[in-house]
Design a protein around this ligand. Structure first.
Ligand SMILES: NC(=O)c1ccc[n+]([C@@H]2O[C@H](COP(=O)([O-])OP(=O)(O)OC[C@H]3O[C@@H](n4cnc5c(N)ncnc54)[C@H](O)[C@@H]3O)[C@@H](O)[C@H]2O)c1
Length: 373
């Protein structure tokens, strides 16, 4: 390389480097400096002959929340029980502890995270730890730590060890100044919650690490996710999970959003399948690294009407929580996911009627339906 170009290259690297610009490494500051592929010959966890055709070794952070246990079950069916490690700071219930590897990991403890990745030969990381929208607003400093500092730890570990990294984003990464119906992949993102701000930060940092360090970062903006066998973790769309529990148990439900609040939603099976599909998609098929995915949009009133078809005595009342309503009012009504549908053939299976039937069947409403008929 001619001297002038070499100098330009070095200056360019310095200017591109984050922080003080006092290092020229191609890897982030906490990196060991070695290539992630320079694995010691005596490493017993991961042979140097590892290739892309081998099964991934998966770590899920924040795995005991609404989505993580379902993801672990789903991935274990594909990759084998012992290839998927669930981690969290909470103590797992017995049935989860016995269903496969489940360990303690605080994402704020960088060394511990690195140790887990190294000792277990992790190759794919699903970063689910987070404080969601409503609980984040109630504890901003903890949300900053978990959602932002935690993400930094995960990004550094991932780039250091050559991991494929999945980070879920959310409809909450958009705000009142974003186009709302439908919201495209690329548009103004000025969220007004710490949750949303931290997720925009995650999208941008992940993409930056992808272009700067070659990190294989993949991200989906999930709508509100509806699951039958796990409790929601404090988000604005929680009502759409709780309504089924209460409808079956008590025949009534008090909703904390206005009847006309239309938000994008998705059944968990579609969400988990999308997550695996984007992780398995060939890199060359991905024209972007952060995609919207969409399935259905409905209001509390429309959801209640659909529940009513199965449980005629079901009643919904409204006691609006102003904090959650303000968050919901700034969120998209629907997402434009045409890029995901084009690039990696994303397609949802569940619309509102199938969702309601599936959820009520799970909650054992058969008796009620029979009685009603
Ligand atoms: N559930 C949804 O509807 C939805 C929608 C959009 C995006 N997402 C995203 O999907 C991911 C999973 O969501 P969820 O609903 O399962 O969340 P959740 O709140 O139910 O679970 C989050 C988990 O993170 C764990 N956690 C908190 N602090 C931690 C720490 N310091 N170290 C390790 N773990 C910690 C918690 O113990 C909890 O089990 C999150 O990133 C969330 O932002 C969820």
């Amino acid at each position: 390389m001619p001297a002038v170009r070499m100098l330009q290259h070095v200056v360019g690297q310095l200017l591109l480097g984050p922080g003080c610009g006092c290092r020229t490494s191609a890897l982030p500051a906490r990196s060991l400096g070695a290539s992630p592929w320079q694995i010691p010959a005596n490493a017993n966890f991961h042979s140097a002959s590892f290739s892309e055709t081998d099964q991934p070794r998966v770590l899920i952070t924040g795995g005991l929340g609404q989505l993580g246990v379902g993801l672990a079950n789903f991935l274990r069916k594909r990759f084998g029980k012992d290839n998927v490690i669930l981690s969290d700071i909470r103590k797992p219930p017995d049935h989860i502890f016995q269903s496969g590897p489940c360990i303690y990991s605080d994402i704020l403890d960088y060394k511990n995270l690195r140790e887990i990745v190294v000792n277990n030969g992790i190759t794919w990381l699903f970063h689910y730890s987070a404080l969601l929208s409503a609980v984040g607003e109630a504890n901003v400093s903890l949300a900053k730590a978990v959602n932002i500092t935690g993400l930094h730890n995960v990004l550094d570990v991932a780039v250091e060890h050559g991991l494929r990294l999945f980070v879920p984003s959310t409809i909450g990464a958009f705000g009142p100044t974003s186009p709302q119906d439908p919201t495209p992949d690329l548009c103004v993102q000025r969220p007004r919650t710490i949750y949303g701000v931290s997720k925009v930060h995650a999208e941008l940092m992940g993409e930056y690490y992808h272009y700067r360090y070659g990190l294989d970062f993949r991200c989906l903006r999930y709508p509100g996710i509806i699951s039958a066998d796990s409790q929601p973790g404090g988000g604005t769309t929680d009502y759409a999970v709780q309504i089924f529990h209460d409808a079956v148990k008590n025949g009534k439900f008090e909703c904390n959003l206005k009847p006309s609040t239309r938000l994008p939603m998705m059944y968990i099976d579609d969400c988990l399948r999308a997550t695996l599909e984007v992780m398995e998609a060939p890199a060359e098929s991905l024209s972007m690294r952060t995609y919207n995915i969409n399935a259905m949009s409905f209001t509390p009133e429309e959801l209640a009407q659909e529940v009513h078809k199965h449980i005629p005595e079901f009643q919904i009342t409204y006691n609006v929580d102003s904090a959650r309503q303000a968050i919901a009012d700034g969120w998209p009504v629907s997402l434009d996911d045409s890029n995901a549908r084009k690039d990696w053939k994303w397609k949802h299976d569940f619309d509102l009627p199938e969702l309601v039937t599936t959820m009520l069947n799970f909650h054992g409403s058969d008796t009620r339906i029979a009685q009603a008929n």
